[in-house]
Design a binder for this molecule. Sequence first.
Ligand code: CO
Length: 179
Amino acid sequence: MQTVVYPDPRLRRRAELVQGIDGALRAEVLEMFQLMYRENGIGLAAPQVGWGARIFIMNPLGAESPEGERVFINPEILEQSGADQEEEEGCLSIPDVRGRVVRKDRVWVRARDLDGESFEAEFRGLPARVVLHENDHLDGILFISRLSQTEKLLVRRPLRDLEREYRRRLKEEEATPRR
Ligand code: CO
């Protein structure tokens, strides 16, 4: 399992509803946690590993505290409230790019967990931000689309570098004969 990196078109697609939760799905989600921890992330959405399913995971406490692990399958944002908060965000799919994003401070979400049980939960502060950022991924929305005009200018150059790197890798793959 590998992280899909900007501007890979798989990051811009709307993910599909999950129909059934089985052992194969659970194994994939476990692998997502391993990848997220390896890359020091606190959230990861299935499209970021090339899997077009409405699933994301988070652990705002980091790898050392498994009790912070949450899995969201077919999540729905029921309500966003509280004050607008502007904080810096990054994304494992957009390496070395950071920017300030305004989001609501509180979020109510409904989803299924790995046992297929439906749950509703409220998050505030950083976990709320992670939920909104990851849920955006399921709709093909990246945080760079939510930056102010000024912030967009600041990330233009690193984004162009990633685009160039992506084209280079594509060409390289085309040149390598398939076995
Ligand atoms: Co992200």
